[in-house]
Write a protein that binds this ligand. Structure first.
Ligand code: SF4
Ligand code: SF4
Length: 136
């Protein structure tokens, strides 16, 4: 299989920035799902103020921490936490080719597909130890 075909079969997140309300629920859901600290983000909603304050745009941007909720999706058979909690329903998760079809219909949208990487981060061990100390 060619690299481009593999990429097309990969999964990703689709976000319609035209209708994002800037509610920050995706940020909060991701933080809770992944037990992130207050200054860590799996997805960050960036606010754009344009035209002398007359236009506000909200652009949710996944970060390097985003693993597409691999455990939640593949072990628990649930949608990613951000997608599940987006009340405006402007987020979807799935294979890139179906997300591309969505993008054709909603042109002011973006697709995010992170490279697979190890789930564990350097400080995960420390967090795990702290959790076990708290439960003693
Ligand atoms: S897919 Fe999961 S890890 Fe990625 S931004 Fe959404 S909630 Fe966070
Ligand atoms: S939860 Fe949905 S509507 Fe709210 S900021 Fe995130 S993408 Fe936008």
């Amino acid at each position: 299989m060619s690299d481009s075909a593999k990429q097309t079969n990969a999964n990703g997140l689709w976000i319609d920035v035209e209708f994002c309300t800037g509610c920050f629920a995706c940020e909060a859901a991701c933080r809770q799902e992944h037990d992130l600290g207050p200054t860590e983000y799996g997805i960050k909603v960036v606010e754009q103020v344009l035209n002398d304050g007359q236009t506000f745009n909200y652009v949710p941007i996944p970060t390097d921490i985003c693993d597409l909720c691999v455990k939640r999706v593949h072990q628990e058979r649930k949608r990613p936490a951000c997608v599940h909690h987006c009340m405006a329903q402007v987020m979807e998760y799935g294979p890139l080719d179906s997300l591309l079809e969505l993008m054709k219909r909603r042109p002011r949208s973006v697709i995010w597909s992170p490279k697979p990487r190890p789930r564990k981060r350097p400080y995960d061990d420390v967090k795990e130890q702290m959790r076990s100390v708290r439960t003693l």
